[in-house]
Design a protein around this ligand. Structure first.
Ligand SMILES: *Cc1c(COP(=O)(O)O)cnc(C)c1O
Length: 218
């Protein structure tokens, strides 16, 4: 099943759109099944689960951390993460910079932007992002690689498209205004139910769980 679902996604995803297979709540053997199909990029959202899987699974997996990250959990995540997609506060960014300096590492990040209608969603407002990036020099151990967002949770495709259009416009504006941030180009938008709409709006990376692994088991 996993293999067939992956094949279908590979066939349909345009060149240049990376597939992050979101494996949260799924087992190591399910991840290995996807890995055996050539899938090397996986996403996890809970620090403990992420660290446990990362140490068991092949070293060449590119792990994307996509969940809310508390600063006391950095040491579970940063040693293994290729990128942290869910940087949602200055407090977290400060802690990442401090960890990276202490450990003589660089850390790739995406800034999570609150684009959906839900009030509880994490993330920076669209206004906060440019002012943060204008202060990028304060984070010499952080590579700002782009933006991540989640559209409103709704069947209204136009509302979803409008959310994605806004974050795409924000990415483009930041790239124009901050040309020195040479890595700032990724747009991580699109999940199982809305990735086709995201791709139409410039997604460079889709994060897909259910449509690969099936419903999550708790
Ligand atoms: C779980 C999760 C996904 C994947 O969601 P699906 O609907 O299962 O594809 C994508 N992004 C984030 C941040 C997630 O937490």
């Amino acid at each position: 099943m996993i293999a067939e679902r992956l094949q279908e996604l590979y066939a349909e995803l345009p060149q240049g759109v990376r597939l992050v297979a979101v494996s949260k709540f799924h087992t190591v053997s399910e991840i290995l099944e996807a890995y055996s199909m050539g899938q090397k990029v996986f996403g996890e959202n809970r620090p403990q689960e992420f660290a446990a899987k990362a140490v068991q699974l092949p070293q060449d997996i590119e792990w994307h951390f996509i969940g809310h990250l508390q600063t006391n959990k950095l040491k579970l995540v940063l040693p293994y993460a290729y990128i942290v997609e869910s940087v949602d506060s200055i407090h977290l960014l400060d802690a990442i910079e401090a960890w990276a300096e202490r450990n003589d590492r660089r850390v790739r990040v995406l800034l999570e932007v609150h684009i959906g209608a839900e009030e509880t969603k994490q993330g920076f407002s669209e206004e906060e992002v440019p002012s943060l990036l204008s202060d990028a020099a304060a984070y010499p151990h952080v590579d700002f690689c782009g933006l991540m967002g989640m559209a409103s949770h709704t069947d209204d495709e136009e509302a979803v498209a409008a959310d994605f259009a806004r974050i795409k416009a924000l990415l483009d504006r930041c790239r124009t205004d901050f040309p020195d941030l040479v890595h700032f180009r990724e747009l991580s938008i699109g999940m199982s139910d809305d990735w086709r709409i995201a791709v139409e709006h410039g997604s460079t990376e889709v994060r897909i769980g259910t449509a690969i692994f099936g419903p999550r088991k708790y």
